[in-house]
Design a protein around this ligand. Sequence first.
Ligand SMILES: Cc1ncc(COP(=O)(O)O)c(C=O)c1O
Length: 470
Amino acid sequence: MAVSQTNFAWATLLAVRATGSAGAPNRRLHDRLAQALRTAIRDGRLPEGAAVPPSRALAEELGCSRWVVTEAYGQLTAEGYLSARVGSATRVAWSPRTAPPRPTAPRAPAPPPVRYDLAPGLPDLRAFPRRRWAEAVRAVTGSAVHYDLGLPDPAGHPELRGTLAQYLRRSRGADAHPGSVTVCAGVTDGLVRACRALRERGIADVAVEDPGWGRLRTAATSAGLRVHPVPVDGDGLRVGGLARTPARAVIVGAAHQFPTGAVLSPDRRAGLVRWAREVDGFVIEDDYDAEFRYDHHPVAVMQGMDPGRVFLLGSVSKTLSPALGLGWLLAPAALAPGLRAANPVAAAPPVLDQLALAAFIDRGWFDAHLRAARRRFRARRDLLVGTLAGELPQARVSGTAAGLHVLLHLPPGADPRATVRAAAAAGLRLSDLDDYRVAPSPDPALVLGYGNLTDPEIGPAVALLRDALR
Ligand SMILES: Cc1ncc(COP(=O)(O)O)c(C=O)c1O
């Protein structure tokens, strides 16, 4: 029995072939017609209420016997997809929207929405300088030369490398020149590149701070290094602990350790550089939020003390937004060839974004943004610390000198995990210091981020924290 493929609407809609279709070559024609109608109804191409053609008309259009069509209609009526009433047209009686929901496994109740977010990690996203960033993007889109739109330099656009070198020299005391800067997608990306270069040089073990940001450990491991936790105290990394590991490299937050907020003491800075020279090793300095130091001028980077031994990593994740994915890496000159060899397919971020950041810095907008952000964060830190002192006199705050978070030491015996759970049930997001520790510690503490919280939210957030602690 031939089914005409020349008929348009219904033949096309139903796509029934007399010769059968792949997967069901021998199915009878009325079964295939029923299946085609069922599919068209299920996916909404034949909407509920639509009349299907009289059987004679459809049979003519499809070039088949009327029996084929009445069989198919009868089948679908029995299944509830069509309804046939004497004296009126057969109509579609089903729609995907009115279909009874399929039984699903019972879902866990959704967690209550976050009303106040005191977890660390974000800057003030409401204060992103949208207008000036858009102006920078517009300007460089107009001024970029044709050559800029070609294949990008994997180490970063020379313009941004020059701007960053100058910025890092003047504001972070770094030993930087355009040739030593690699533009990357952020600290994490830069760390993977640096660790691969170390691996290339035969270094297989790296020390990390404990507690520390787990993502740094993961980045080092993903680059093929073994990580060795070394404890941190109020003066930063305990440099003496390095000798107990086989590491010849260390990742350290010297200006503001995460999550303790400790600033590496001058003695330990000197000790760390000495250690690197003694073991013929390297220091990887994570300068992630050092622009925000409130009580003194920002501490200069360690990289300036020995640029031949210290890598410097930074990004705009804490100053502008992590969504930009823009960062930098300064590598010791001796490792520059290894850096390229170890990361042969690494690409720099999109060129227009790089040029926009260069313009944003060159026009003085980055400095202006940092000055305003520093003022705002200092005032917010003071407000948070003052509110905590009033509401939780039994707890102690530390790590307040810089950055966008503080540490709240809870009274002995407090259960930070239970506190985080109780707070979450009330819509307050908190972070337990234990989440960043490798070795367990008996000192209960919470890491409180205040970057992405408005000032008026601090009072109610701390009141919820007080209730959760009870
Ligand atoms: C310790 C530490 N380093 C670096 C970063 C920034 O990483 P990235 O530049 O990859 O966003 C963060 C962000 O939370 C951090 O906590």
